[in-house]
Ligand binder design. Structure first.
Ligand SMILES: *[C@@H]1O[C@H](CO)[C@@H](O)[C@H](O)[C@H]1NC(C)=O
Ligand SMILES: *[C@@H]1O[C@H](CO)[C@@H](O)[C@H](O)[C@H]1NC(C)=O
Ligand SMILES: *[C@@H]1O[C@H](CO)[C@@H](O)[C@H](O)[C@H]1NC(C)=O
Ligand SMILES: *[C@@H]1O[C@H](CO)[C@@H](O)[C@H](O)[C@H]1NC(C)=O
Length: 362
């Protein structure tokens, strides 16, 4: 199907969501419209207004050797390569994404970004897919080692949110990995749109090439299917225990599927069971190169304090991260949201999580 057909279909799905987004009057500029050259243009905090409804951002955006420690509140993140990327995860131990989404901090595989480091052994497998419009990494993680509750099915983080301030608030993303960066690993482009699921001991993250069209960035970095996990949002073949990098075709954007020759759009319901009428297709990949984790992750601290996950029944793989949240329709506010906006409701999370475990295995 053509890109323009895709865009039109996605527009239908997106309207219902963005119509409900309400910029915060105290900070009306959407996070996706805040652009800063790295590193010199970055302010201490991009979202600092104390009058904002959700409060100012909890961390900061200027990150350096002083802020590089396991208590870092750095909210400037990177996705460069399989040995050099960050995930958004909580700042306090044993948190759920639903409870901490506004406050997530960058946890990185490698020193040099002024952030926390993902502890040794936490990453258990990862597949990086390089495409013409985005880079996707999906994989397995012992989530307790990045301050998550062992049972949390997690949620989705992105630079939108009901108030357009992002989750985490003020979170910035940079990369050196797109061709449009000119092949220079020492300079960084700001990534305008990105999405990251984490939970169920799995994760997936996509960064869209800032040089690609805004339609493509909207299509491949969707943030409205936040209850549908990695399998649907970022179809992948990540294997636990394997680390690989592949070239890949573009995915069919989440929500779009073809049945009897007709292209359809599935919209995630605002509440209740999410039951998409299709099975996601993993795009073709080629030129895969596998690595040993010891080659990739060489400077990660020994885990301390955290207990290892046990008995998490979660799910198949990077498909597991279905969000903890449904939306509460409480207070009559329709859930606008990107991000795991509503608080986690464990029974709902359980149902959704099991659903996706089955989808993954089937
Ligand atoms: C390092 O980062 C901290 C926290 O953002 C900031 O206060 C400090 O000025 C930075 N130091 C340098 C030398 O840029
Ligand atoms: C994490 O929090 C849950 C409930 O909030 C509690 O039952 C559990 O014991 C805590 N786990 C750790 C390792 O502190
Ligand atoms: C940039 O980094 C990538 C990934 O680590 C590496 O494959 C590539 O050779 C690097 N490019 C240069 C010019 O050093
Ligand atoms: C991945 O493999 C590790 C090591 O065998 C295991 O402890 C972990 O439970 C697996 N993760 C998932 C989500 O299956």
């Amino acid at each position: 199907m053509s890109r323009s057909t895709l865009s039109a279909l996605l527009a239908v799905a997106a309207v219902s969501k963005f119509a409900l987004a309400q910029p915060d009057p105290a900070d009306p500029t959407p996070l996706v419209d805040k652009h800063y050259a790295y590193p010199s243009g970055i302010p201490y905090q991009v979202d600092y207004n104390t009058a904002a409804i959700r409060g100012p951002q909890t961390g900061y955006n200027i990150c350096n050797s002083t802020t590089e420690n396991q208590d870092s509140e750095c909210q400037t993140s990177f996705v460069n390569h399989i040995d050099d990327f960050c995930l958004w995860a909580p700042p306090q131990p044993n948190s759920t994404i639903g409870d901490s989404e506004a406050d997530e901090v960058a946890w990185c595989t490698k020193p040099g970004h002024g952030t926390r480091l993902i502890p040794a052994g936490a990453l258990q497998g990862a597949q990086l897919l390089k495409t013409s419009a985005y880079i996707q990494i999906a994989g397995f993680i012992d989530q307790t080692l990045v301050d998550m509750n062992a049972q949390d099915y997690g949620g989705e983080l992105d630079p939108h949110g009901a108030d357009l301030r992002g989750n985490p608030l003020g979170g910035l993303m940079y990369s050196n990995a797109f061709p449009s960066n000119g092949g220079n690993n020492n300079t960084y482009q700001q990534v305008i749109d990105w999405t990251n699921f984490i939970g169920g001991n799995a994760f997936c993250i996509t960064i869209c090439d800032p040089a690609s069209s805004s339609d493509d960035q909207g299509a491949y970095c969707q943030n409205i299917y936040d209850r549908m996990g990695c399998n649907y949002n970022m179809p992948n073949n990540a294997q636990n225990g394997t680390f690989e990098v592949c070239d890949a075709d573009l995915k069919t954007p989440v929500g779009i599927y073809v049945t009897n020759g007709v292209t359809m759009t599935y919209s995630q319901p605002a509440s209740g069971v999410v039951d998409p009428p299709y099975t996601p297709v993993v795009p073709a990949s080629s030129n895969c190169v596998t690595y040993q984790s010891a080659q990739l992750y060489t400077a990660n601290p020994t885990p301390s304090g955290a207990t290892s996950a046990s008995g998490s029944s979660a799910t198949g793989g990077a498909g597991g991260s279905s969000p903890s949240s449904g939306s509460s329709g409480a207070a009559g506010a329709a859930p606008t949201s990107s991000g795991a906006e509503a608080l986690g409701i464990s029974s709902v999370a359980g149902v959704v999580g099991v659903l996706f475990a089955m989808a993954f295995l089937s």
